[in-house]
Write a protein that binds this ligand. Sequence first.
Ligand code: GUN
Length: 291
Amino acid sequence: MTAEIIDGKAFAAGLRARVGDVAAAFEAAAGRKAGLAVVLVGEDPASAVYVRSKGKATLAANMASFEHKLPADTDQATLIALVDRLNADGKVDGILVQLPLPKHLDEQAVLLRISPDKDVDGFHPVNAGRLATGMPGFVPCTPLGCLMLLKDQLGDLSGKEAVVIGRSNIVGKPMAALLTAASCTVTLAHSRTRDLPGHVSRADIVVAAVGRAGFVKGEWLKPGATVIDVGINRVDGALTGDVEFDSAASVAGAITPVPGGVGPMTIACLLRNTLVAAHRNAGIALDEAAL
Ligand code: GUN
């Protein structure tokens, strides 16, 4: 193995500590804590685990956590009414509705109802548009975390060739927008891409977000490339990424492990976005780039 291992767990811990310090200063200045509301509908065990760890991380970062657990048979009007109450609540700076929602609920309508200025997930089309056009808004947490790891690893990304594999609204598309804004030359590849290995072989940066274990092979990579693996796939009870780690690590310059790479960055970025929202909502200045 030649690649440097990018320690997302350590980077995320540092970010959470910085957020905790700034959150304490926010409380002193605003007379209240920054607040994150998390809404969980139903009893999906994986979602329940995520929501619990988000709540714990929020409290540990000196912020207030408001958990709303609704039964699986909650109707659309009840959920929309809760979102409306949270939009109007001055103690709530960020709102996260845990996805996926039960099938009978209209996910798009719920996401559209969240105030774009409290949309710390960055899923509202207004925030997607702000990202696409360079206006201040909220960027989805996972691609934001990937960008932070890349900048920490490589410094200035200007002029680099980047290939993003996967075009989801939550990861691939915002990732491509962020890398474009950072002056990379971006290829957004997906399931219909012809000659994916050919595209990947030219990339200085590869971000894999396809949801297929071991899909990206080491022999596709340009020697020295930086590889960010967003995949979280369960294979025989173990977590594995979208990149075939052993073959990739013998070619890449640096690579994120799974677990311990991108994963821990998502919650850290959620806390960061909530703290940014709190400052904006309270009209208190914050050097967002320093967080
Ligand atoms: N479900 C899995 N990950 C996420 C996330 O980052 N945000 C929301 N809202 N739901 C999720």
